[in-house]
Design a protein around this ligand. Sequence first.
Ligand code: HDD
Length: 710
Amino acid sequence: MARAPTSRNATKRSPSNHPSSTQSDTYRGNAGELQQQAGGKHPVLTTQQGIPVADNQNSLRPSPRGPTLLEDFILREKITHFDHERIPERIVHARGSGAHGFFELTHSLRDVTTARVLTEVGVQTPVFTRFSTVAGGAGSVDTPRDVRGFAVKFYTPEGNWDLVGNNIPVFFIQDAMKFPDLVHAVKMEPDRGFPQAGSAHDTFWDFVSLMPETLHMVMWAMSDRTLPRSLRMMEGFGVHSFRLVNADGDSTFVKFHWRPKLGIQSTVWDEALKLQAADNDFHRRDLFESIEAGDFPEWELAVQLFTEEEAENFPFDHLDPTKLVPEELVPLQVIGRMVLNRWPDNFFAETEQVAFCPTNVPPGIDFSNDPLLQGRLFSYLDTQLSRLGGPNFAQIPINAPKCPFHNMQRDGQMQMQVPKGRVSYEPSSLQPDTPRASQAQGFRHFAQVDDGKGQGKGKGRIRPESFADHYSQARMFFRSQSPLEQSHIASALVFELSKVGTPHVREAVVGHLVHVDPALAERVAAGLGLPQVPAAPSAAEPVRDLPLSPQLRIIDRMKPTLQGRCIGILVADGSNGDTVTTLRKALEKVGATVKIVSPRVGGAKLRDGTLLAAHGQLAGTPSTVFDAVVSVLTSEMGEQLSREAAAVDWFRDAFGHLKAIAAGKGSQALLSAAGIEPDAGVVDPANVQGFIAAAQTRQWAREPKLRNLA
Ligand code: HDD
């Protein structure tokens, strides 16, 4: 007979860590609405079948020290469910963070599309947006050098529209046929199982060296774009050309762009590396905290529209996803905004189970023949079948359309619907309310006439000749960058290739760089210690000097604002509370978030005797997590902290990561210990406006003095 723990145990320990099953809970009502009479508000714990559970601590045994009985259906159900809690993580983009919000159209595209989400100004369409890294597993960190996914599910009145993009407007490869190879090359190497979440290893660069079409995106991947400061400060791109189709059936090509309200901003490489240690969840936490604070992340949606005829005159083929359409060639038109204003209630149910498919497009939005997009149209639905376990994943609440949907698809695993009636086919005459296709409202594919360019060649595994130029836009991107950004790219290439153990791979990549920019190749070769710049491979097409596109830079487009930025103030016992309060108020007034850091999380006893609670303990809250820092310390505390590595690093890193520092006399010992020679970005805490001005940007002039960039 099963017995509860002895009353000796139950009285010795608190019920929460060794509870007794002798609690005299009684129940009333049916299982769905069980109420505990003793204890009040908690609903009664039940099994999945609704059977009330009396003891959630002890499995069923024949005697106190006997084996567990198979009869214990409660234990078996609990453990079995637990054993099956995980689903396969995404093959790519496994690590992600999502949020709910809305899209509001501000400018109608009625002339070019029938899609209501793009024609009805002022209407708010619910969205769910998931940001991700690409290479790392679901439990990897937020801040490796990596492309970021930017996937938006619009729940439109005409069905779901999934715009599944990245924070880079081009892709590594031209044909979906190469996607599994690309992903196998970048993910951890199959024999050793590392590295996690990074491209700095032999197989990725081996692939690059043999696939010159990757070069343009490689330039982007090595730029600061892959080190976003925040998901809220990233641009997003639909990448491919899509089509918009109007009521007359006319098609216009479109490229989609998301532009962050807070402006685009990145971290510096050393900062990104240290963030991986400081906070694995840096981006997820930042998104969560901003939404919780009501400081909702926002993006503009902009489009580039162009006709087939205009595209004919572009100096590249827009169907090639390794090419972008420069803004200088086709300007962006802002048509709406997206606001993310609600964190998911449950990570698994929503962020993990959300299933994006580029095939999800409402009538009026259509595909182009981009061969990468064409392959994606197959892959996503297919992957969801194994990830979510069957054909009914669209019924999971996060994936279900918010408009009515009816069809004859039936049954299958995890069917949640209970269709009524005897008719599950079409046409039928037995049931008048069964769904029928509608010529007027239904999705109609754009009636594209083959362009004839392949005529005479017939069916084949063909790559268009217009896709042959792999280097000209890579050159355009590199040369459009500011000198400092060019140095960052060169340094990133040196860093990554230095992690490649196979010399011929390193050399082959540098050979390709000669086509991108000979000076870049020289810098990287020097950084790698190569005796000479390797010869460039033959190029299928002569490399052209395209007009530069300054819009592709980041540094000089950083928005001079403290909105969305976070300032850390270091205090310790004896700090001047008035100085802290003045600074804090001024910073919050201009939109910054302020966090107090102190040697003890309980806080610091200020000069006036009051206790100032801290958001973080110094050792666990390095300056990497802030955009600028302040320290308000007595000389005595400054001296004391200058002997503590965490405090010295706090300043050394803030300075090294080009952040503004407000530090008074009391912090001088720390500044010296950190080897800081004050510059224009180091001000006195009394100079509040001076600090605000310095904190709105990074101290770029400092960088060449601090590190030898390639
Ligand atoms: Fe992909 C996921 C973006 C090419 C196959 N992709 C995935 C996600 C994003 C992208 C943001 C994560 C969505 C989420 O948050 O759940 N993928 C892109 C972009 C591409 C691209 C911008 C090129 C322009 N992808 C691409 C190709 C293929 C795939 C060519 C296959 C032929 N992608 C997948 C996938 C994933 C995926 C294997 C993994 C998990 C998932 O779909 O749902 O099917």
